[in-house]
Design a protein around this ligand. Structure first.
Ligand SMILES: Cc1ncc(COP(=O)(O)O)c(C=O)c1O
Length: 431
């Protein structure tokens, strides 16, 4: 069990029997199990609230790793999942299809298709969606008879997931897998083209090495788990131009940014450029069930279209296009269509700007940045991460700093009062 013995005893007494009985047997994410703080036992969630087993209620600033964009337990999504559960929770997608998946594919391509993205490959997590995107990019060239294009260009500060291929295109330091250094496929990790010098450097690298590069992958507008860094739309225009010039595929990983987080339904819309492949997950089901999608341009799909079985995309997760998850995603898209989500994101953005800006004056604060429904206070350093996390819990909010970052990615439906409580807690705790 993580944490020290006295802390364990106190929590075991305060929590239900299942907590102490089961905690010995789980391995928690991103945690040194010996020193990690004990996790909080959650009994229920609703709206932007997390109800703990000991009766406390926390205002949630993270929306479960940015997934629960409509708040928890939205009745419309719940009803759709319940209806689906009564008829068919899951059926394999090999040789069989079902209404929820095909409806979702049609609706997603209805949104993305005008940009040319019109084939959806479903999977069950963001990391796998990235793996599929990378496989598409690598095999795209082979299927076209081009050999040697085996590398992917990705960016410092990026994070694309925890599976082998996804780790290999994430920043080795901020991407959480430094302890596996040297064991992963070696990809080309460079600076984002943020200014003239870095653009020229990337252009020169591509000019020299394009024949061994298959694709560029980037998180558009906001790099999430790698450090919550923002860049402007011009960077995406630069990348599109470079990819076109050097004839590379361009992958936008919108697993963090997709579905409104940056103020538009998809971040790439703000740049007026389109990727060849896009990855989606997280808020796709409104945070209810695991589901991901890799959506490809026709030209990518066409490279796999052949009489030759060897040119097929050989991927097929057991739970791909799970019917419950697709029903949740369809219901989530209904909510985007009939509720003012993007306007809510705009209001959150304004409030976050006003309320977090005063943090900039604090001596320990390095930067304050806001984009859509994401607010970030970057500190010079965080000495005691566990202690800082606990301070927020004591304030009655769930905010989970990492590295040197304190951030908010709330549900778009959060009330003004709840958001002010979150930002007030950040100002107080950091002061
Ligand atoms: C941009 C991005 N890509 C990929 C992933 C990996 O998604 P998952 O955790 O569902 O595997 C994440 C998760 O944080 C992400 O933010």
């Amino acid at each position: 069990m993580p944490g020290d013995a006295s802390e364990n005893k106190g929590l075991a007494e305060a929590n239900p029997a299942w907590y102490a009985a089961g905690l010995e047997h789980v391995w928690l994410p991103y945690a040194q199990m010996k020193t990690a703080s004990l996790p909080l036992a959650v009994a229920a969630t609703h709206g932007s609230r997390i109800v703990l087993a000991d009766g406390r209620e926390l205002i949630d600033g993270i929306a479960s790793w940015w997934t629960a964009c409509h708040g928890y337990n939205h009745p419309h999504i719940r009803a759709a999942v319940e209806r689906q559960l009564a008829t068919m929770p899951h059926v394999m997608f090999g040789g069989l299809v079902h209404e929820q998946a095909l409806t979702l594919a049609r609706r997603l391509t209805g949104m993305l298709g005008p940009h040319g993205l019109d084939r959806v490959f479903f999977s069950e997590s963001g990391s796998i969606a990235v793996e599929v995107a990378l496989k598409m990019a690598l095999q795209y060239w082979r299927n076209r008879g081009v050999r040697g294009r085996e590398q992917i260009v990705a960016f410092k500060g990026g994070y694309h997931g925890d599976t082998t291929g996804a780790m290999a295109v994430s920043d080795p330091q901020s991407g959480f897998h430094g302890s596996l250094a040297g064991l992963l496929p070696r990809q080309i990790i460079v600076d984002l083209p943020l200014d003239e010098a870095s653009t020229a450097a990337l252009d020169a690298l591509l000019a020299e090495q394009a024949e061994r590069i298959a694709a560029i992958i980037v998180e558009p507008l906001a790099q999430g788990a790698g450090g919550m860094r923002l860049h402007d739309a011009g960077v995406l225009q630069t990348l599109r131009a470079l990819a076109d010039h050097h004839e590379l595929l361009l992958i936008f990983d919108e697993i963090f940014t997709g579905f409104g987080r940056t103020g538009t339904m998809f971040a790439f819309e703000q740049a007026g450029v389109t990727p060849d492949v896009i990855t989606l997950s997280k808020a796709l089901t409104g945070g209810t069930l695991p589901l991901a999608a890799t959506v490809a341009q026709r030209k990518v799909f066409d490279a796999f279209w052949s009489d030759d079985p060897a040119k097929a995309l050989m991927h097929g997760p057991t739970f791909m296009a799970n019917a419950l998850a697709c029903a949740a995603a369809n219901a989530s898209l209904d909510l985007f269509a009939c509720e003012p989500r993007l306007a809510q994101v705009g209001r959150i953005e304004n409030l976050l700007r006003d309320a977090l800006e005063p943090c900039r004056k604090l001596a320990e604060v390095e930067d304050v940045r806001v984009k859509g429904a994401t607010g970030v206070v970057e500190l010079k350093r965080i000495e005691n991460l566990n202690g800082l996390r606990q301070r927020f819990i004591d304030e009655g909010v769930f905010v989970r700093p990492f590295s040197s970052i304190v951030y908010l990615t709330p549900a778009f439906t959060i009330t003004e009062d709840e958001l002010l409580k979150l930002t007030g807690a950040i100002r107080r705790v950091l002061a």
